[in-house]
Design a protein around this ligand. Structure first.
Ligand SMILES: Nc1ncnc2c1ncn2[C@@H]1O[C@H](COP(=O)(O)OP(=O)(O)OP(=O)(O)O)[C@@H](O)[C@H]1O
Length: 682
């Protein structure tokens, strides 16, 4: 419209398009002024004529008229005034002409060409007004208002997002057109992801950690049969430890209606137990599963206990044997101690083409178990009711061996063809599934350092798990990065020390503890088999100490002999790798010495847990090099250690042994060299 206006007043469209908007405005103003002057002259001459006829003073009426107009302008809204002004400049013809000009230009350019002159005209008008009337604020305001309105229109969608009350009408429009607004693309502040544990992990059934303060007489724990009460008593157990008081009834609850269905006819929940070292977790599963099997009719493998090492499996097997004694229940070990054929013979009896199980309870290491699943014909796990996973966190780490999936496959296989209604992997509970009850498989997990990492636990395929725990996870703080620290509970009777030392002084320190401080029996841990062997030979050569070593380098019989001698008090110092760090229950260990500091907190917890067992007292010493101190102490404090004390051994206390020690070192060199030569010959 404005463009047409300019053209009209200048009279030449082409020139107008090429000229700058400023010159056009000036020209326009000049022309307007000229016309006004002409009009005024005409009016003046007309007034003169009128005056000559009416007698009014010259210029009176036009001024009053202008004042009235100004007053009217002030009362009227700004937009209305603007429209009025436009109309006064010939609105109708303008619209037609403008369309023509716009049509000849690309849309964006068109808009610019259209807007710029208009704005310039406004500006020049404003300037003129400023000069004439000093009414600048009003005009500026008007322009600003208009700019803001335009902006609002341009940002229409954004505006809709910011004002929810406008959203509905906007949505309405969009839905009318068949489109839905999904959302904007503005950057929004990223919310911090909060770690949320599953309920069963976050809120476990608490197990008291202090054994001596929380003993419960065995007769007070509900549901234990007279046979087992008698057996417990004859094994010297008059009281249950806290973990046993909690876990035994929970497992028994699942077999209160027999082996086929859990409480209320439903599948029993899996059970996870995290309790300190030496707190009696073994009996917490031995007692209830033996009781569950006491009334069984046919001998089938109904309990499978999986442990990471032979020694541990033997230890647990021993406990089972003592509790099934006097019953018809059979315990079989599959740990590679005997040949595969010998183990097969203890497992099954063959009559024709049929096999009969000779085992109710199988205690196994994962590797040997998988061997039997794959190679022993007739070995069936289809009646398995309990899968016990001891040292569960370690067993999860060995999951890459896929022993669990092999077990699960064996449990739900129908290879023996005994029934069309063979055992099926449980699915959702339906009316049909309730009509065909089948033995449920219940998992029982035990560890002193059970992981609370849900991703790791997920690998076990737990069913509505229930956690019994003495430990708790530390609260997530703002500084927690990926995962909050896991806390462990140490046995209450344990006192921890660290001994600052140098590498060369370590053997002297061990000798000082045993020969001068009379520490005995001492279980000492090294980080490698070589270190254990060298230290053992060195102490033997030094003399005065009954010493033995324990590592996977030794034969099973040598290892057994070492453990037996140590338990019987014939060996003062047992030097071991981490082979004896987990689960091994060596009664009467008073001192644990970490000759080499463990790298991981779990290793530390299990090593020091070989003492202060079953509510007794024990001392743990860790030799620390200067470079290890800071990290190690931090690791312990993060894990919730109640506190470790510094024990300084003065160099003068070691001085007396130094010359003999130097001689022994030379001997040691020779012995090791001879051993290597012998090995090469073999
Ligand atoms: N109720 C009890 N009364 C007396 N002694 C018990 C009782 N329960 C267990 N014990 C003894 O406590 C010791 C530790 O038990 P156990 O080996 O089961 O501990 P644990 O919790 O499995 O330890 P770890 O985590 O180190 O394997 C064993 O010597 C065991 O005989």
């Amino acid at each position: 419209m404005s463009l047409f206006l300019i053209n009209r007043y200048l009279g030449d469209e082409d020139d107008n398009i090429q000229s700058t908007s400023e010159s056009r405005s000036k020209a326009l103003l000049t022309k307007l002024q000229e016309q006004a002057r002409v009009r005024q002259q005409l009016q003046a001459s007309a007034k003169q004529e009128e005056l000559e006829t009416t007698g009014d003073p010259p210029g009176t009426r036009p001024k009053r008229h202008r004042d009235e107009e100004a007053a009217t302008n002030e009362r009227e809204p700004k937009k209305k005034r603007k429209r009025k002004a436009d109309q006064s400049l010939g609105d109708e013809s303008l619209s037609v002409e403008t369309t023509k000009v716009e049509d000849s230009l690309p849309s964006k350019k068109k808009k610019k060409k259209k807007e710029k002159p208009e704005e310039k005209i406004k500006e020049s008008l404003v300037k003129k007004k400023q000069k004439q009337k000093a009414s600048t604020p009003e005009t500026t305001e008007e322009l600003v208002d208009e700019e803001e309105e335009e902006k609002d229109d341009e940002d229409g969608i954004k505006g809709t997002e910011e004002h929810p009350e406008q959203l509905s009408s906007s949505d309405q429009k969009m839905s009318d057109s068949g489109f839905t607004i999904l959302g904007g693309f503005e950057s929004k502040p990223v919310q911090k992801v909060q770690m949320v544990l599953p309920q069963w992990l976050a809120k476990p059934d608490m197990v008291q950690r202090d054994i001596s303060q929380n003993l419960v007489p065995i007769s007070e724990v509900q549901g234990i049969c007279p046979h087992l009460l008698k057996k417990l008593d004859s094994n010297g157990i008059q009281h249950f430890f806290p973990v046993q008081t909690e876990v035994i009834p929970a497992v028994l609850e699942g077999v209160s209606n027999g082996l086929l269905v859990g409480r209320g006819g439903y599948r029993p929940r899996d059970i996870c137990v995290s309790a300190p070292t030496g707190s009696g977790k073994t009996l917490a599963f031995v007692v209830p599963v033996v009781q569950a099997l006491l009334k069984r009719v046919l001998c089938e493998v109904r309990v499978l206990v999986v442990l990471p090492t032979k020694e541990l499996a033997q230890q647990v097997g021993k406990v089972f044997h003592s509790y099934v004694e006097g019953t018809s229940l059979k315990v079989v070990m599959l740990i590679g101690q005997k040949s595969l054929a010998a183990e097969q013979a203890s497992l099954l009896e063959q009559s024709g083409s049929r096999y009969r199980s000779l085992a109710d309870i199988v205690v196994a290491t994962p590797g040997r178990l998988v061997d039997h699943i794959n190679m022993t014909s007739g070995f069936s796990l289809q009646h398995l009711r309990f899968l016990v996973i001891d040292e569960a966190d370690r067993m999860i780490d060995s999951m890459h061996q896929s022993w669990l999936s092999q077990v699960t496959k064996a449990v739900y296989s129908r290879s023996d063809g005994s029934s069309v209604f063979g055992r099926k992997e449980p699915g959702p509970i339906t009316a049909l599934s309730m009509l065909q009850p089948q033995t449920p498989l219940q998992k029982l997990l035990f560890s002193a350092t059970l992981t609370q990492n849900p991703e790791k636990l997920q690998q076990l395929g737990l069913y509505r798990p229930r956690l019994f725990s003495s430990a708790h996870r530390g609260p997530a703080s703002d500084n927690d990065s990926a995962q909050p620290e896991e806390k462990f509970i140490f046995p209450p009777g344990l006192t921890e020390f660290y001994v600052p030392c140098t590498l060369s002084k370590k053997p002297l320190l061990i000798l000082h503890f045993i020969l001068h401080l009379k520490f005995s029996p001492v279980l000492c841990f090294t980080n490698s088999r070589e270190a254990a062997h060298r230290l053992c030979v060195l102490v033997q050569l030094f003399g005065g100490v009954q010493v033995a070593e324990f590592s996977s380098q030794l034969s099973p019989s040598e290892r057994k002999r070492a453990l037996k001698g140590f338990e019987q008090g014939k060996i003062q110092l047992l030097i071991s790798t981490d082979a004896a760090a987990r689960g091994i229950d060596l009664v009467g260990v008073k001192y644990v010495i970490n000759y080499d500091a463990p790298q991981f907190i779990r290793t530390y917890v299990h090593r020091v847990g070989r003492t202060a067992r079953a509510g007794k007292a024990g001392l743990a010493f860790t030799f620390l090099l200067g470079i290890q101190e800071k990290r190690f102490l931090q690791m312990l404090s993060d894990a919730g250690s109640p506190g470790i004390q510094k024990q300084i051994i003065k160099p003068e206390n070691l001085k007396a042994m130094e010359s003999q020690y130097e001689r022994t070192l030379l001997e040691l060199k020779k012995v090791i060299k001879d051993e290597r030569a012998k090995k090469k010959q073999i």
